[in-house]
Design a binder for this molecule. Sequence first.
Ligand SMILES: Cc1cc2nc3c(=O)[nH]c(=O)nc-3n(C[C@H](O)[C@H](O)[C@H](O)COP(=O)(O)O)c2cc1C
Length: 368
Amino acid sequence: MTDMNTTALFSDTSIGAIDVANRIVMAPLTRSRAGMDGVHTPLAVQYYTQRASAGLIITEATNISQQGRGYALTPGIYTDAHVEAWRPVTESVHEAGGRIVLQLWHVGRMSHVSLQEGGAAPVAPSAIQAGETVFTLDGPQPPSMPRALDTDEIPGIVGDYANAARKAKEAGFDGVEVHAANCYLLEQFLRDSTNRRTDRYGGSIENRARLVIEVVTEVSRIWGSDRVGLRLSPLTKAVGDTPLDSDPQSMYGYLVEQLGRLGLAYLHCVEGQTRGENAADAFDFKALSRAFGGAYIANNSYDRELAIAAVNTGRADLVAFGRPFIGNPDLVERLRRNAPLFDAPQSSYYGGGAEGYTDFRTLADQDQ
Ligand SMILES: Cc1cc2nc3c(=O)[nH]c(=O)nc-3n(C[C@H](O)[C@H](O)[C@H](O)COP(=O)(O)O)c2cc1C
């Protein structure tokens, strides 16, 4: 490998009001180790603290309401018990010198009646069933047929985001990331493939962007926009077998231009099919980041070399790593030293206890 100037990737910066020690971000990673009530155990404190040398940790997607839940054993941020379980996580990460924002999640149609209050149907922009599977206590199941939200229910959804954003503040986070990626509720509204509404939340690009803009605006009122980030994945269709928008460049371009005006902390893009190949060239992410104007976090199958290049050329301000952070709690140090990375077994990604979660070794452990 050629010698590369690694200074920029390991240099400190600020994204909005959040100061970070380096440009390496821990991407949000669902690990399905909370209780059925969405309350984390102390293992989560250890897991996140082990990874606190990331410039910024983005937590696993966290349900804003029971209605927003699509996978068993994922955490919530809508009750006081959730706040009490998250607070030791934020305190411990801060003590270790890290920064941590919470990812706000509503799955929309990617849910199952067994996870909903009173066995209700999941909600979506339109009554179009998703493919693929969601994880219930009885194992993987096809997502249930969703019900289209009434127009007068939408303020309630925005209200659930606001409640969750307030609770995240009580829990001591440095900010929040609005999850508008990976084919969940907000992205279901953005795309014409999943949004067939005829009210002011469907049809034109402006209408389909409306809910995301309302949610981000409301969450920004609570946090200050410089502590609010947004995640998008214009090219992901894997989750729920969700077709892409017919004109993603215009759809997402309009959205980020509108939201850029709010002065958000950052825009975080999954470049390509989530967990697939990096496809930074298949879509004009540069145009998106320019239209947004604030800090840009790039993600999807980045390795050390690609990350260094992206930051050195200014194409990205920060780079988020997902899977590499699972098996390498000291990923930042390993990247700094160009040390080998451990490939965590996929069987430990979701569910279980400490094994495959908090038992990965650091370089320092290995030296002993
Ligand atoms: C086990 C696992 C769980 C994930 N959970 C989330 C999540 O909760 N929220 C989210 O936005 N993306 C989630 N993702 C996607 C990652 O954040 C990231 O976009 C993807 O893994 C590609 O980055 P990587 O190549 O560095 O792993 C998950 C990915 C994996 C492998």
